[in-house]
Ligand binder design. Structure first.
Ligand code: FES
Ligand SMILES: [Fe+2]
Length: 338
């Protein structure tokens, strides 16, 4: 499966950038291979449309705003958030012809980010645990381009077998490679996976992210997968600390994604500074990416083709592949899968 070739995947909301970035004027983003322009309308709400003027194809993201609408920098045609041409400066006496229109997209603000769906969404923006719980603080971690398929990153987030190898220098234990059991509960647009992961508490975690002294601990982990490329992993440590990581892999094209990651924690800045939390997760993400960026961008979701081998602990990734295949089958896109 090449991620931007699947029409069904356009029917989901993806976080594309922080809403505060739009304070600097119109911005561009590439979502699933489609160039889009983003701006703030007259209600200060984010708006999204195709980044292509219907007159001579110039990029609207190079333009400016007029009464909450986007003005094309070439000849000034102006479009509202629905894509309707509202001003046609070459002929102010007449309404712009109805054919003067561009494709507008569904666009919402949530969790401080702009979320865009290129087609009518089949489900809403995920509701993240702790997002409105005043006991929790939010730590913004990463907004960066990564070079792998989104599904590889999602699978990796639920892959209990990689921890002892990829993260052997941070919290894994290469001498104990047998992975723990994972129990999975399917949901309508994803699943929940429960697991208990033994943690070899290396020095940088003791002083950095965890604020605990024990050499070994166990973390209870409830991970939620939101189709297609979002997960929230809720980690509870024996101390009562909850470290909840939201990771989104927004497809840019088939080979790259925008990584959006933030954390909810029930401790305070004076317990563990945000900079330590980010520094630890930076190392973990870098360890993951070093491997993930070597994987193929075409992820085989049709298991009958046997293009990749699997083991017992791959169940979450297998379930992802089956649910995505089911979605594409439902939408009659089976032939485009592999
Ligand atoms: S190209 Fe946009 S108004 Fe001419
Ligand atoms: Fe990892």
């Amino acid at each position: 499966m090449l991620q931007t070739k699947q029409k069904a995947l356009k029917s989901f909301y993806y976080p594309v950038m922080k809403v505060e970035a739009l304070q600097d004027g119109p911005q561009s983003f590439k979502l699933m291979g489609q160039n889009i322009v983003l701006w703030l309308d007259d209600q200060n709400k984010p708006a999204a449309a195709i980044d292509r003027c219907c007159h001579r194809t110039s990029k609207l993201s190079k333009g400016w705003l007029r009464e909450g609408c986007i003005v094309c920098p070439y000849h000034g045609w102006t479009f509202n958030r629905d894509g309707k041409c509202t001003w046609f400066p070459q002929s102010e006496l007449e309404d712009p012809p109805k054919v003067y229109k561009i494709q507008g997209y569904r666009c919402e603000e949530r969790y401080g980010y702009v979320w865009v769906a290129l087609e009518e969404p089949v489900t809403g923006i995920p509701v993240f645990r702790y997002s409105d719980n005043p006991e929790f603080r939010k730590v913004e971690e990463f907004y960066e381009v990564i070079h792998c398929a989104a599904l590889r990153l999602m699978e990796n987030s639920f892959d209990v077998a990689h921890v002892n190898f990829v993260h052997k220098n941070t919290f894994g234990d290469i001498d104990n490679p047998i992975p723990p059991r994972v129990s999975i509960t399917p949901k309508e647009w994803g699943f929940e996976a429960n697991m208990e992961i033994p943690v070899h508490n290396k020095l940088n975690q003791k002083v950095g992210a965890l604020n605990m002294e024990e050499e070994r601990t166990v973390r209870k982990q409830l991970s939620e997968w939101f189709m297609p490329f979002i997960r929230q992993t809720n980690i509870t440590y024996p101390t009562g600390l909850i470290h909840s990581i939201v990771t989104c892999a927004t497809p840019i094209d088939d080979a790259t994604c925008q990584l959006v990651q933030f954390v909810y924690r029930n401790d305070r800045e004076q317990d563990v500074p945000a900079s330590s939390i980010i520094a630890f997760d930076r190392t973990v993400v870098d360890e993951d990416m070093e491997v993930l960026e070597t994987t193929e961008i075409n992820v085989s979701i049709d298991l009958t083709k046997k293009l990749e081998n699997h083991m017992l602990s791959d169940q979450p990734g297998i379930m992802m592949r089956k649910m995505l295949l089911g979605l594409l089958n439902e939408r009659g896109e089976l032939e485009a899968n592999e």
